[in-house]
Write a protein that binds this ligand. Structure first.
Ligand code: GAL
Ligand code: ZN
Length: 739
């Protein structure tokens, strides 16, 4: 059964008389799955060792009778009061050495052995009970792992485990002293037992120690989840395991956590009170989905998709008619295979009384119910058709939890925010309907025409080599401020001028810089002056060409943006944080020089994005505004949803299909003729100086294939003897398998 739409349901908050009505209303609107019980530990184990699955069995059965499947949550984000009374040490301790007590949720220490034993026993029992229930299709481990108080638990148990983690990493205390730079302020340790978590200090903290603490805290969460994943895997071979992520949250390395899961799930509340209002900007939501798809390089589920006002003690605004649907379709356009709305009915109890669901407090179906019902009716056939399809971007953005940790510890500039900075660089691509994959620094980048690697603050030889190879073989790489500053221990590199390990591919050196503290700067690009902020790298050219220059400071006139030819590729370096206007102007050129085209132009507030499978492509057009909008598509797109051709009503979405790939084929044929018609010398000119970006990119691809085919990893070394004409000929004769 294909599952595409669901709700988060809390039957335990309501009397049983109501269940039948709920389930009937769900069925009538086309709901196919519910997530249940992720906070119901006490209901399932009311006293130690006495289990009560009866209520859950009943509701699962009732749902199944109405054709609705179940995903079960493990309730380990809410250990019950009886457990805390028996073992108060399960409660976590913060950096002020204060206990965080029972009464909310996540009042648990994840390293505590007693707590883990309770989990082990409960999850064994729970998973065995539902292992072969055909109505239960999968499991969600815990809930939003990493959402605790501001820091991770620093209790004695976690202290011991941290020391153990450090011992395994460094073996010898002398190694740790070196890695942490403890010569500073007499911080040397004689033995691991002297080390504590980062408890409140009198003043200042060691950035290297803090970085290891964050790594440790992430590993602990992964290990905590693994305990449950292993049990469920063993007991429930036919059911999937997932976890609900929170987009770019940075308490656990989601790439690592993802290794335990069959697929990733995500929670999003675009109009939450904490978001920029009236809602999180569309490009940021898009970036969230692209990141979520990137964590496992796979389609994902939305496990909590906003369905009403979001709020605890204070409320956010009500989503306007159509908004909930537009947000949900955007998640699909970027790779969601299922949308589960949070929550079914607005809760009358507890902390989340004002976090609204599809039904209000009264339980009567109203506007939102009707909206989601019509969304499900319209989109179910589309979801079926697009199953297994993915966006296939030509551009990628490098994202790293380690960089996020390091820049949280030392933002360099008071307002520098790692994710915010990434979003700024993502926007010019989004605005042009250019899709983006999020990747790790060490991933194979060869499939992308353009890679943007912002804030490459922690640098290793391995990462630098990956970038070098990518560029050498024809990749287009964008690097920027604070690149190559530190080693993996968060210690400043001293061997070279900045950008350290990346200086050769950038063709620049940065002997000096300026923090634009409390002021904005200016930069000039193509005779226009733009705002910049936060940072100014004072660049010396070592082979690169200047593209833009500072129009401020004692370094006025010196380059702020450069481009360098390296091997077959190019590296841009941006020595500042550009304003949206500056980045827009810059990327207009970077994108065209890199041959990244995108799907087509659309008016502001209209997103076009594509998923594809076996050469067939589906285009989602979403109007996020409250006005009618029109847009253009080339003739090969055929409409499969919607009535008005290329006109969208407020919050309307439409879907088009293109099974011909005709536009591409035509381009391909003419490129082939052109390339085959050139001499080796002419081809070399196209490769190195060519201004026809598509042709140049095609040639780069061919050369990449050639290198792969002959197991070479560098173009430079064989540059002399390469006969480009021969290679192009071989390629079109079908000598290389992958096209
Ligand atoms: C999510 C969480 C849900 C619920 C919701 C509303 O972050 O996963 O369990 O708490 O927020 O507060
Ligand atoms: Zn602890």
């Amino acid at each position: 059964m294909d599952i595409h739409f669901g709700v988060d349901y809390y039957p335990e908050h309501w009397s049983r008389d109501r269940w039948e009505t709920d389930v009937r209303l769900m069925e009538e609107m086309g709901i196919q799955v519910v997530r249940l019980a992720e906070f119901s530990w006490h209901k399932l184990e009311p006293a130690e060792g006495s289990y009560d699955f009866e209520w859950l069995d009943s509701i699962i059965k009732l749902l199944e009778e109405h054709g609705i499947k179940t995903v079960l949550g493990t309730p380990t984000a809410a250990p019950p009061a009886w457990m805390i009374k028996a073992h108060p040490e399960i409660q976590p301790v913060d950096k002020f050495s204060r206990v965080r007590h029972f009464g909310g949720r996540h009042h648990d220490c994840q390293s505590n052995k007693t707590y883990r034993e309770y989990i082990r026993r409960f999850v064994e029992e729970y998973s065995k009970h539902y292992a072969y229930n055909p109505a239960v299709i999968g499991w969600q481990i815990d809930n939003e792992l990493g959402t605790y108080f501001d820091e991770s638990c620093m209790c004695p148990s976690c202290t011991g485990r941290f020391r153990q983690w450090l011992k395994e990493k460094y073996k010898d205390i002398a190694e740790l002293n070196k890695a942490w730079g403890t010569a500073f302020w007499s911080q040397d340790y004689n033995e691991f037992e002297e080390i504590t978590p980062p408890l409140l200090t009198a003043t200042g903290e060691n950035p290297s120690a803090l970085l290891d603490w964050k790594r440790f805290a992430s590993d602990l969460i992964v290990d905590f989840a693994k305990l449950q994943a292993d049990i469920i895997r063993r007991n429930c071979p036919g059911q999937f395991i997932t976890h609900n992520y929170m987009n770019f949250a940075n308490r656990v390395d989601y790439y690592e956590l993802g290794k335990l899961l069959d697929f990733v799930s995500d929670d999003i509340y675009p109009a939450g009170i904490w978001q920029k209002q009236p809602h999180q900007p569309e490009h940021e939501m898009a970036a969230c989905y692209d990141a979520v798809r990137g964590y496992k390089k796979k389609n994902y589920w939305m496990m909590e998709q906003q369905a009403g006002i979001a709020g605890w003690n204070i409320m956010g605004r009500a989503p306007a008619p159509g908004e909930i649907s537009a947000w949900a379709v955007q998640a699909v356009a970027h790779g969601a295979d299922a949308i589960v709305f949070f929550r079914w009915r607005t809760c009358a109890l507890g902390t989340e009384q004002y976090w609204h669901g599809i039904l209000g407090h009264s339980g009567n179906p109203g506007r939102v119910y009707e909206e989601i019902r019509s969304l499900i009716t319209r989109f179910s056939p589309v979801m079926k058709e697009i199953k297994g399809s993915m966006p296939r971007p030509e551009a990628a953005m490098v994202h790293s939890f380690e960089l996020n940790y390091a820049l949280d510890i030392q933002p360099n500039h008071p307002d520098l925010d790692y994710i915010g900075h990434l979003m700024g660089l993502y926007k010019p691509l989004y605005d042009r309907n250019i899709q983006v994959d999020f990747v790790r620094e060490t991933d194979d980048l060869s499939q992308y025409r353009l890679v943007i690697a912002p804030l490459q603050y922690l640098m290793t030889k391995e990462i630098a080599e990956n970038y070098r190879n990518y560029v050498n073989r024809g990749g287009n790489l964008v690097l920027d401020m604070r690149a190559g500053v530190k080693d993996e221990h968060n210690i400043c590199m001293t061997e070279y001028e900045l950008p350290g390990e990346l200086r050769d591919i950038c063709g620049i050196e940065i002997p000096e810089y300026d923090c634009l503290y409390e002021k904005k700067g200016k930069a000039e690009y193509k005779e226009e002056v733009y705002e910049i902020s936060k940072w100014a790298d004072i660049i010396e050219l070592k082979g690169a060409e200047p593209l833009a220059s500072f129009a401020c400071g004692f370094y006025e006139g010196s380059p702020v943006v450069t481009v360098n030819q390296y091997g077959m590729g190019r590296v841009w370096y941006i020595g500042t944080e550009g304003s949206p206007e500056f980045l827009d102007a810059l990327f207009e050129d970077i994108l065209s020089e890199s041959g990244v085209g995108g799907i087509g132009k659309s008016p502001e507030g209209v997103e076009l994005s594509v998923r594809e499978k076996n050469g067939k492509r589906w285009l989602f057009a979403i109007n996020f505004t409250d006005q009618e909008k029109s847009f253009k598509l080339n003739g090969t797109w055929r409409m499969i949803l919607g009535e008005r051709e290329k006109k969208l009503q407020p919050c309307e979405t439409q879907v088009y299909v293109n099974d011909l790939g005709a536009a591409e084929d035509k381009e391909e044929t003419s490129m082939k003729e052109e390339l085959l018609g050139m001499s080796s010398k002419e081809l070399f000119i196209v490769l190195t100086e060519g201004r026809d970006v598509l042709l140049r990119a095609k040639l780069q691809n061919i050369l990449r294939e050639h290198l792969k085919h002959y197991g070479k990893d560098s173009f430079n070394e064989e540059e002399e003897n390469v006969d480009l004409r021969l290679i192009v000929g071989e390629y079109y004769d079908g000598k290389y398998n992958g096209r």
